[in-house]
Design a protein around this ligand. Sequence first.
Ligand code: UT7
Length: 328
Amino acid sequence: MWITKIAGTGSCVPEKIITNNDLSEIVDTSDEWIRSRTGIGERRITEELTTAGLAAKAAQNALLDADMKAEDLELILVATSSPEHFFPSVACEVQGMIGGKNAIAYDLSAACSGFLFALNTAYAFLKSGSYKNALVIGADVMSKMVNWKDRSTCVLFGDGAGAAVIRAEMAEDAGMPEGIRHFIMGSDGSGAGVLTCTARSNGNFLLGKESQMGYLSMNGQEVFKFAVKKVPECISQLLSEADEKKEEISYFLLHQANYRIIESVAKRLKLPLERFPMNIEHYGNTSGASIPILLDELNRSGLLSRGDKLVLSGFGAGLTWGAVLLTW
Ligand code: UT7
């Protein structure tokens, strides 16, 4: 039997650290407000590296971890909402940077749920037998999307990239039965207005409308309400459909948007918060990159053992949400 498993992980965050106190010099905010409302203490902001640059470094780290050559990749998917260009795609840039010349490459846009949507897409290709080796990346440079004069959003986000090599293997070769087991995904366009970033080329020649800079804008409370309801619902549905008990799950890796959201999800699922690893204090919300960065940190810290059951779950603009169950 063929299984689809995560064979390696990698990540890359910029070196430059911007603390809450640094931000209090730009906008009317404080370390106390940001920490108590979000759990964020600092974030990384890129100076030199582009979205593709961060993504390529995360990809190289994931390939090393998987002991795989870039030429062996058949598919490269990048989930991003902050590409440098409308075209070429970040995925094509990454393909060129890492030398993955045999892979087809394209981007996917599902905001903070993007990594899960891309993982689901790669999983479908691998499960169908189309490809055996794929690279899935979540990469975002949110620092170029936010309005640095808007304290209600600019304090929340950070830059980074995370990647996973996905491989289809015969179960006997893998020595374990399962890998990626079940997905739940959802989208609700009726909630599109609560979290948006206007495209930067929305001008119109005939109407004499100049292109303008678009910025991220968000109704924070609506997104908060959506997340604390939808994430536990979607995880419960995932586990029920897979006939798996929540108590059997070693870790729940949630999109790192707000400490209070994660705390509320743990409470609603009646599970201890220790099962919900977090790194939001150090990176803020890195959008599509947050889940794979967290996964890579767990993997590298040796916290994951073969056979551990994991749930990854994200939510974000669209509105979009999703969760995946896998055995490590
Ligand atoms: O991955 C994308 C998903 N996004 C999210 O998950 C975001 C979900 N939402 C949230 O995390 C929270 O709603 C926020 C952290 C964004 C905001 O927290 P809140 O508890 O909902 O605060 P609020 O928007 O109700 O604002 C409370 C007060 C307001 O002042 P008044 O009207 O009470 O005087 C804001 O103007 O806090 C003020 N405020 C700030 N004060 C200091 C807003 N931003 C700041 C700030 N520093 N940075």
